[in-house]
Design a protein around this ligand. Structure first.
Ligand SMILES: Nc1ncnc2c1ncn2[C@@H]1O[C@H](COP(=O)(O)OP(=O)(O)OP(=O)(O)O)[C@@H](O)[C@H]1O
Ligand SMILES: [Mg+2]
Length: 244
């Protein structure tokens, strides 16, 4: 990944701290999306011209070509919407910050996921330290980040098991952790799971953890993964409590 970054951005990324690497990666992805969008819009213009040319043809030829062109048009639109969604994701995120009780977010995430979890015989537990100070966050985004992490936990558990969300204060930070009783993360994948598009699931996008990490970093915090001594994965989000 570092090589790709270095070549694409013309700088040596190998020596950079991890946060700056992440920032470079986000910039690279954004640039890539923009560069894909330009030829896409010129394809769109030429597509419209082709449709006009079609009118000059015989009805039989028009019918035959119209079906193919319809497919091309549909696919063009699909690509445009993928790029559009992507740019939104990679774009500068204006956080809507407000002081919130972390317990509310944790409870909300539990309520949203409990039906799905219990259908899979997975128990969701929440342990929020009493009298935690409020934390200034974008509650919609933080909820999204926590959902992504807890969903992964539910998916990781094989058979019956648990996903436990914990919130505690540690110095000037709030630590939000999610631990599951699944098999944990293979050591050789620990360095890759936050990379966009890294997935080991047939239907996975590989964006869940990347988005969650972007959200943590946008709040001045971080998201890390490790394996618990007892087995299972633990994801810990650090959020500064006294953010200006
Ligand atoms: N709790 C976990 N236990 C074990 N492996 C995990 C856990 N959470 C994530 N992973 C690994 O990290 C990969 C990336 O996770 P991420 O959430 O980014 O994408 P995904 O879950 O594969 O796809 P999506 O989130 O789009 O459904 C997963 O495919 C899985 O291999
Ligand atoms: Mg996921």
């Amino acid at each position: 990944m570092e090589n790709i970054l270095a070549k694409a951005l013309g700088q040596d990324a190998t020596q950079l701290p991890v946060m700056e690497k992440r920032d470079l990666l986000a910039r690279l992805l954004k640039r890539l999306a923009h560069e894909i969008r330009n030829p896409l819009s010129s394809l769109d213009v030429h597509f419209q011209l082709l449709e006009e040319d079609l009118n000059a043809l015989s009805p039989a030829a028009r019918m035959q070509l119209a079906a193919r062109l319809g497919i091309i048009h549909g696919e063009l639109h699909r690509l445009e919407s993928i790029v559009g969604r992507f740019l939104k994701l990679a774009g500068p995120s204006a956080l809507e910050l407000e002081p919130v009780e972390i317990k509310k977010i944790v409870t909300h995430v539990c309520e949203l996921l409990r039906p799905e979890a219990s259908a899979r015989k997975v128990e969701i537990l929440a342990e929020v330290e009493p009298e935690l100070p409020r934390v200034t966050v974008d509650s919609v985004r933080l909820t999204q980040a926590l959902l992504n992490i807890v969903i992964n936990g539910i998916q990781a558990v094989k058979g019956t098991g648990q996903v436990k969300i914990r919130a505690i204060k540690a110095g000037d930070n709030l630590l939000l952790s999610v631990q599951d009783t699944g098999p944990g993360i293979p050591a050789n994948e620990l360095g890759e799971i936050f990379d966009p598009y890294f997935t080991t699931k047939p239907e996975g996008s590989g964006l869940g953890l990347w988005i969650a990490q972007q959200i943590a970093v946008a709040h001045g915090g971080d998201l890390r993964a490790e394996n618990a001594a007892a087995g299972g994965a633990v994801f810990t989000m650090t959020l500064p409590l006294n953010r200006k």
